[in-house]
Design a binder for this molecule. Structure first.
Ligand code: ADP
Ligand code: ZN
Ligand code: ZN
Length: 736
């Protein structure tokens, strides 16, 4: 239908990688008013129907050939508005991402798909009339009976049952089947209110909490730098309790792996409130419920992972980012936002304090603190009478090893088990061995679809030597019995992955409880929790990758053995030293958390490497000072700003053509903006696709932003862009 010049149209952004809005006439009989902006709308698109979001209303574009009619406006009032909408627009501009994709990233799946807003009331369970009569017939000592007793007098909230009664859901279903119990909606209870802190804050904690509390009502970033176990969480809780007491909402971001039931129990116990939770492991309905409860101002506290940063907070009072250095805050595909950075943007727009906590702050945040832009609060000592762990370097040169472990490590493990305590053996390499090598001719198993340094990537040996797996593309094949090159039988796995270390430990300590934790054994957060629950406080050995570096608190863990970090010492990525230092400090911090002295053994072939020497001599602060000086000399972040255009294509010529065109289309606009490349990606071929990059660099952030904003529309217009897969990453945390 031709546009009627008097009828306004809806400018709708759609969940598509297209940086533009589409015009639609309002649904039949729907009067447009400014309140339509921010509502979801169902529209025809090609032969499909999509749920979009009304970005603006305006006069029809006179050149538009045909404007279709929207099917339905899905919200009576805007779902996104005010600060949240402004932040989403900012996100789209800053990360050069289409607004429609940003909105889709921001909303829980069910809302993105057009579902109605869910009920936000809290649910609880209570016995029915029949249940109260029948309860006497239930056998004592069973879970079912325990639940029945608990809910006999009045309804109990599900969150409260979660805290006290393991497996209550199964019992509840059993009671419901007999007509004994029912699920009821409860009025959002004010809760018991904050309980007093379990511990009296020590002076450093008190000062930190007071600083956050004093900043109430104004934008103020605070960097809380506190060694592991120094009581940062108590500081957050104190500040959150104050925020709630003032009738405001608090948002707490935690890393993917940090959100443990143990942590949530601690929050609930201290705050006395139904803490809402948002993470990728929840069912769609649960996520929508938490989001909506906060958006309606009913929810008081939200604890969530990365995407929780996109939750509307009409009564915002405080934002906390725990483990602010954690890489999981950066989204690595789609809209490549950084949740910690967005926390700063939102705190400013909302005029609230934002607490960034870490034992190993990112160099970005440290630099802000040093420059005086953030308040720098330090907790230098562990809170609970726990001494810092003693770290010892074990020089591996010319040592005889047992499954990758030195004699020192084996002896220390034996002594620790002897004392009835736990050991963590850390190795950041899953699988059995990193390489399968022929000792006769030097052949090694390589992936046919992935290359680095003009050589195929080594395939990792898994399954006790039976399988080869490429960790980069997932290719899998059986390990050959004989060398494909020389036919010899001298094929041997080289080096150690977690599987092989586990095997060696099982042989050496046959009676000990042994638990391996890596992506092979532990795909889900729940599985990780279950592993920890299984081992409890019993003596034993945990072997694993960086999944073990944080999360659940293990009070009986007193020895940490770090097996082989040497790969990380020689990486080409400029952030590799920072990541390695953070990992070493974090994993070491797991030793000796509850009053028992902790010990860390660090095995290396490079005991004199400057990174290790600095870290051991002066701790993370000394390392950070040195590293910041090097970043400054190179004008790398946080002293310069980067963006990366990544591209890949099945064919080299298509890739080269696109990147040449893209480079030609770039106008720096400012002498301070530079473009470098095309450069091969650190892995120039992955899963059979060729990969290369353009690097954009500037010491002036606004100049880089302006150049990127002018560049993006030109990229979409390039003919060669259709033959390549590409994406722009602003402030990349990985150059791979
Ligand atoms: P972080 O978050 O810095 O790693 P936590 O807040 O988890 O540290 O505290 C570490 C341990 O010390 C916890 O067991 C906690 O209960 C305890 N703790 C924290 N603050 C105090 C305090 N002021 N007095 C005694 N124990 C404390
Ligand atoms: Zn051979
Ligand atoms: Zn591969």
């Amino acid at each position: 239908m031709p546009p009627n010049p008097t009828e306004a149209v809806l400018r709708v952004v759609l969940p598509l990688p297209l940086p533009r809005a589409f015009d639609y006439l309002p649904p039949e009989g729907h009067a447009i008013d400014p309140g339509t902006v921010g509502c979801r709308v169902r529209v025809p698109f090609g032969t499909r129907e999509l749920v979009g979001f009304v970005d603006a209303i305006g006069p029809p574009d006179s050149d538009a050939p045909e404007v279709r009619r929207a099917i339905a406006v899905l919200d009576r009032e805007p779902l996104l508005h005010g600060e949240m909408l402004a932040t989403l627009r900012w996100t789209a501009r800053y990360y050069q991402a289409p607004l429609g994709e940003v909105v889709a990233t921001a909303m829980p799946a069910s809302l993105r798909n057009g579902d109605a807003l869910p009920e936000t009331c809290v649910f609880g369970w209570v016995l029915t009339e029949a249940g109260r009569t029948g309860i006497a017939g239930l056998r004592r000592g069973t879970r079912t009976r325990a639940l029945a007793d608990r809910i006999a007098a009045s309804p109990v909230e599900e969150a409260a049952l979660d805290d006290g009664l393991d497996g209550w859901r199964v019992a509840a279903r059993a009671l419901a089947r007999r007509g004994y119990a029912e699920r009821v909606a409860l009025a959002p209870a004010p809760g018991a209110g904050p309980a007093a802190s379990v511990a009296v804050l020590n002076p450093a904690q008190r000062a930190a909490a007071d600083a956050a509390i004093a900043a109430h009502g104004s934008f103020q970033p605070l960097l809380l730098e506190g060694v592991t176990g120094s009581g940062k969480t108590e500081v957050y809780l104190e500040a959150i309790a104050d925020c709630i007491a003032r009738g405001r909402q608090a948002l707490v971001l935690v890393p993917e792996i940090g959100l443990t039931p143990q942590m949530l129990r601690r929050f609930r116990a201290r705050l006395g409130f139904a803490v809402h939770v948002l993470h990728s492991g929840l069912a769609d309905g649960e996520r929508a419920r938490a989001w909506t409860a906060m958006a309606r101002g009913e929810g008081r506290v939200l604890v969530g992972t990365r995407s929780a940063i996109f939750t509307p907070l009409p009564d915002a009072g405080l934002i906390v980012v725990d483990e602010e250095h954690d890489a999981s805050y950066k989204q690595q595909d789609g809209v490549r936002y950084h949740a910690r950075d967005l926390a700063l943007v939102r705190a400013k727009a909302l005029a609230v304090p934002v607490v960034l906590g870490s034992a190993t702050p990112s160099l970005e945040s440290l630099q802000h603190a040093i420059a005086g832009r953030y308040l720098h609060l330090q907790l230098r000592r562990r809170a609970a009478e726990a001494a810092p762990p003693v770290v010892r370097v074990v020089d591996m040169r010319k040592r005889v090893l047992e499954g990758g472990l030195s004699k020192d490590a084996i002896d220390a493990i034996a002594a620790t088990l002897e004392r009835g305590e736990q050991v963590l053996v850390f190795r950041n390499r899953r699988g059995y061995a990193p390489v399968l090598l022929c000792h006769d001719c030097g052949w090694s198993a390589r992936c046919a679809r992935c290359d680095a340094a003009s050589k195929g990537m080594a395939m990792t040996v898994h399954g006790n030597g039976r399988t080869l797996l490429c960790h980069h593309c997932g290719a899998r094949r059986p390990a050959p019995r004989a060398c494909p090159d020389c036919g010899g039988l001298a094929l041997h796995p080289q080096g150690e992955g977690t599987e092989r270390i586990e095997e060696a430990l099982a042989a050496r300590f046959p009676g000990a409880t042994l638990l391996r934790i890596d992506r092979g054994t532990t795909r889900h957060r729940d599985a990780l929790e279950k592993h920890f629950a299984d081992i409890g406080d019993r003596p034993g050995i945990l072997v694993g990758t960086q999944m073990l570096a944080k999360g659940h608190d293990l009070p009986n863990l007193t020895l940490v053995c770090v097996v082989g970090v040497d790969e990380g010492l020689f990486s080409a990525d400029f952030r590799a030293p920072e990541k390695l230092a953070q990992l070493l400090v974090q994993v070491s911090g797991r030793a000796g958390r509850a009053g028992k002295p902790g010990q860390v053994l660090l095995q290396t072939h490079h005991p004199d490497h400057p990174l290790l020497a600095t870290l051991l001599g002066g701790g993370y602060p000394a390392f950070a000072a040195l590293e910041l000086a090097q970043r400054e000399a190179a004008a790398f972040p946080p002293y310069g700003y980067l963006a990366l255009l990544r591209a890949e294509a099945p064919r080299e010529d298509a890739l080269r053509e696109f990147l040449a065109d893209a480079k030609a289309a770039f106008e720096p606009g400012d002498a301070a903006v530079a473009i470098h490349g095309p450069l091969p990606a650190p892995m120039p071929r992955r899963a059979g696709r060729m990969r290369a990059q353009l690097h954009l660099h500037s010491v002036k952030r606004p100049a880089l932003q302006a150049a990127l904003a002018a560049w993006m529309p030109r990229l979409y217009e390039l003919k060669s862009q259709r033959k390549a897969r590409w994406s722009l990453d602003v402030d990349p945390v990985e150059l791979a």
